[in-house]
Every structure is written in structure tokens, then in C-alpha cells.
Ligand binder design. Structure first.
Ligand code: CTP
Length: 476
């Protein structure tokens, strides 16, 4: 891989020049370190968070900078970590004094002592994240690369600066980070490193769920998340983090009949979907759309393999999974549940003859999620038979066209009953009672079946008719 090894533009950077001046004034040393340097070399655009390491107090340095940096927000100090942060325009500057860290077995929070730049680079996760650029006048803009990080960038390799056993055991989150970087950057994890991950998987249990989820989000937000999920599975991290997915692995055979491996199928669906949508929660829905299949799997001689009701079971599992991982139990979760719950509906429609009433019902039940639901269903077509693929895709195109036509007429996406309960009560002189619900339901059914349009006058006539059937008369 070709790297951008020119630091000319960094040397012209007014922010870095100012940092250098203040370091000089204070008689301190300082370096840009970590992700910013890595991404610069990879030509991955302007990273908006910049980590600065100083020899001496990072907090003192941040305070001095804040006074001179026009438009900078007040310094935020994180005493427990000995770090400081300044928000400046859209840039987040993080400051830390170079340190030596020693970890205890039970926690990922280290005991910290001041150290040299080398100590600081040693404690970092990967060689490609341990690169530093000097901000000091004597060698301003020089790259400091004690672990051949540049070579590893060229060779697209994830490797730890120290013995990987130590690096991962010190901070087990790094096992997920290794897999996340491999997925994001399309890099390989050094085999020794991967073996160390395999040996340390149970250490992931000391990591907070929130941190784990950040990494899962990042893997899911890459163009090809299957790379990461395969590595998670291979390392056995996945069964600790998302056992619902590993439960989908494997193919059973009874009487010569098999079903597909739902784990690898799911990964294909996720990759397909990621070509079409950036929506994080739709990506989660794709990842989880089949999780109900493990517990509902049955073989019957007449029908073969079935996963009866797996969508309902899966949508219930979404709740427990989100809860376990401390993910939001809000409208995002409900959205994922809804998509999982409805994930087979359009497929059933697209396989059969597409009737208007089936589409109206789909539109009514899916509401605002209809487009996303169809995107998932299209991604779910993983047949390798080109004829069949084309046929299913055409059917979905037809479903989409019908939706547009029916929507123009009936506006069912956010269905509001055209005749309200109040109108019904007034007309028949009723107080709240079950008949009102029955009439409303009959009107809704008539609209979905296409017997009447979704409009007030037609619904009012239908109301009169239904009232009559229930023995009700117009109120004088
Ligand atoms: N780091 C580490 N171990 C961790 C987290 C971070 O050693 N568990 C170090 C790495 O040197 C990393 C730097 O801290 O480069 C900054 O971490 P972070 O901001 O989380 O990641 P970046 O490398 O900046 O990359 P990205 O923003 O893409 O996550």
C-alpha cells in the first residue's frame, strides 16, 4: 500500500505551529500521536480528533494553549485520567502527559506514572497507532516510529508493539479494536496477535458493554462488516458478545434435506444491505433479522425445515439483546424490532401474485419503515441462481411501484382513521362502548381490502352501514 509520507502540509499547519511555539515557551516537549498520524499516512482525510502527548503535564499545556487559540472552548479536565480536552471549531484536541502504565488483572484501568515518549508509545495498542510526529522546534514534523509502524501500514498489518499477550491482557478492548481496524482498513491481523486474541477471549468480560457496542457499531458501519464478524466468530469473541449470532451457525441434515447456514447467510445479507444503506439501525436489523431461527428450527417430513414464527421470536430477542448490551431501549430498538418482526412479509408478497390488498396491508403495518424494510428484503436475496435472483428483484420492483400507485390514492403510510370515534358517537348518539371499535375496524378493513377509498365520505357511508348491522340508528 502506498503511503502519504509527506509531512509538508503538517509543517504548514497553523495549529501545529502554535503548539510548537507554546512548547518552546514552556520548555516542554510534545508530539502528535496515534490515529491522526496513522490516518495522515493512509491518506484518510482530516481526522477531527487529534491526540497530543507532552513530556510533563498535558493539562498545563492545554491551559496555556487555550489562552492563545482563538475560538477555543474552555479546557475540559479529566482528573482521574490526567488528560485534558479542548474543542476548537470542529476539532477535538486531547492532551495527555507521556506515561507509563501498569495494569492489574481485574480491571482495564491502569495505574499511571509519568514516563518518556518511548514509554508512552510502548503502552499503545498497535504499531500503526504508536506513530508520533514531533512538534518540537529542533525536529518539527519528524516521524518517530520505534516499532516499524510505517512498514506495518505498508503491509496492511495489525501488530502490537509489545508481546500481544501483554497488550491484550492489559486492555482486552484491544481485541475488538484489532478486529475493528482490520475491518475498517482492510488489514490483516498478525497471526501471533490473532492467536493471543484467541487465548484471551474470556478477558473481554471485564470490558463495559458500552465500549463493546462502540466497536460493534464501528464494524457495522464499514462497507463490508462480514470481514469483522467472521474474525469475531473465528476468535470466539462473538459467542461471548453476540451468542444469538453464533447460535445460527451450522447446517443440519435430516432425510437428505438441509437448510442454509443462517450465520453466513446473515453476513451476506448485512454486506448486501451496506451497499444500499448507511442507516446504522437498519444494519443492526439486518444483522439480527434471523436470530429467531435458532430456537424455532424444526424438521417435519412433509414440509422439510421450518422456522415457524421466527420473526416474532427474533423481535422479542432484540429487546433482551439490546438490554444486555446496554443499548438504547428507545425508538431505535423499536425500529429494529419492527423490521425484524416484518422481515418476511414483503418476501411472501413478492413470491406470490402481488395483490393490491396485500400491499395496502403491508404499507399500513410497516408505516414509515416500509422503504427500509424493502431494502432489507432485497438484500436478503442471496440466491446464486441468476434467473431466480432477477425474478425476485423484479418482484420487489413491482412491489415498490405498486406502493407508489396505491399511496397516491390511499395515503396509507401514516394511516389515520378517516372517521373518528367522536363522529361515530355523535352520529349514533353513543357514549364510549365496544361498538365504536367494531365500526372503526370494519372501515379500516374495507379500506385495506380496497372496497372503499381512504376518504371521509366513503368511510361515513360505510359507518352508517356497519351501524345498521349492529342495530344502531342515527341519533335524532
Ligand atoms: N489507544 C490504545 N488502546 C486503546 C485505545 C486507544 O492504545 N484501547 C491509543 C492508540 O494509540 C490510539 C489512541 O490511543 O491511536 C487514540 O485512541 P482512539 O481515539 O480511540 O482511536 P484512534 O486511533 O484515534 O482511531 P479512531 O478514532 O478511528 O477510533
Amino acid at each position: 500500500m502506498k503511503l502519504n509520507t509527506s509531512f509538508a502540509e503538517l509543517k504548514q499547519n497553523t495549529l501545529f505551529k502554535l503548539l510548537s511555539e507554546i512548547l518552546e515557551e514552556k520548555g516542554m516537549k510534545g508530539y502528535v500521536v496515534g490515529g491522526y498520524v496513522r490516518d495522515h499516512l493512509l491518506g484518510r482525510g482530516n481526522k477531527k480528533d487529534i491526540d497530543i502527548v507532552t513530556l510533563g503535564s498535558g493539562i498545563e499545556f492545554a491551559k496555556a494553549l487555550q489562552k492563545k487559540l482563538k475560538g477555543a472552548q474552555p479546557v475540559q479536565i479529566f482528573k482521574t485520567f490526567g488528560t485534558a480536552m479542548i474543542q476548537w471549531n470542529d476539532i477535538e484536541l486531547e492532551f495527555v502527559g507521556a506515561r507509563k502504565e501498569s495494569y492489574s488483572y481485574e480491571s482495564r484501568n491502569p495505574t499511571v506514572k509519568p514516563g518518556s515518549l518511548e514509554d508512552d508509545q510502548n503502552r499503545r495498542d498497535f504499531t500503526i497507532n504508536a506513530l508520533a510526529i514531533s512538534l518540537n522546534r529542533v525536529d518539527f514534523g519528524t516521524l518517530i516510529d520505534p516499532f516499524n509502524g510505517v512498514e506495518d501500514l505498508k503491509n496492511q498489518l495489525i501488530r502490537t508493539p509489545l508481546n500481544p499477550e501483554i497488550t491484550y491482557s492489559d486492555d482486552p478492548l484491544r481485541m475488538l479494536r484489532a478486529i475493528r481496524f482490520a475491518t475498517q482498513l482492510d488489514f490483516t491481523i498478525d497471526p501471533k496477535s490473532f492467536e493471543a486474541i484467541q487465548r484471551n477471549v474470556e478477558r473481554i468480560d471485564i470490558i463495559s458493554k458500552e465500549r463493546i457496542v462502540v466497536e460493534l457499531h464501528k464494524i457495522l458501519e464499514t462497507p463490508k462488516p462480514s470481514v469483522g464478524f467472521r474474525l469475531l466468530e473465528k476468535s470466539k469473541l462473538l459467542e461471548r458478545v453476540l451468542p444469538e449470532l453464533t447460535a445460527l451457525k451450522g447446517v443440519d441434515e435430516i432425510e437428505g434435506q438441509t437448510h442454509k447456514d443462517n450465520f453466513y447467510h446473515t453476513l451476506e445479507v448485512v454486506d448486501n444491505l451496506c451497499q444500499k444503506s448507511e442507516n446504522r439501525w437498519l444494519r443492526w436489523a439486518a444483522l439480527l433479522h434471523d436470530i429467531g431461527k435458532a430456537s424455532t428450527k424444526k424438521y417435519k417430513p412433509q414440509t422439510g425445515w421450518t422456522f415457524h414464527n421466527h420473526e416474532f421470536v427474533g423481535s422479542k430477542m432484540v429487546y433482551s439483546l439490546f438490554k444486555r448490551l446496554k443499548m438504547p431501549l428507545n425508538e431505535k430498538m423499536k425500529y429494529v424490532q419492527k423490521i425484524v418482526m416484518m422481515s418476511s412479509r414483503p418476501i411472501v408478497i413478492a413470491k406470490d401474485f402481488v395483490t393490491d390488498s396485500a400491499i395496502r396491508r403491508l404499507l399500513f403495518d410497516a408505516g414509515e419503515t416500509i422503504d427500509d424494510l424493502l431494502t432489507l428484503c432485497e438484500a436478503d436475496i442471496t440466491t446464486k441462481n441468476p434467473k431466480r435472483y432477477e425474478k425476485y428483484m423484479n418482484n420487489f420492483t413491482m412491489v415498490r411501484e405498486k406502493i407508489v400507485q396505491l399511496e397516491e390514492k390511499d395515503h396509507l403510510r401514516n394511516f389515520q382513521p378517516p372517521v373518528s370515534g367522536d363522529v361515530i358517537m355523535n352520529y349514533f348518539g353513543l357514549t364510549p362502548c365496544p361498538q365504536i371499535g367494531l365500526i372503526k375496524e370494519a372501515i379500516k378493513e374495507a379500506i385495506l381490502e380496497g372496497e372503499i377509498p381512504n376518504a371521509y365520505d366513503a368511510a361515513f357511508e360505510k359507518m352508517k352501514l356497519e351501524g345498521k348491522k349492529l342495530g344502531l340508528n342515527a341519533h335524532a
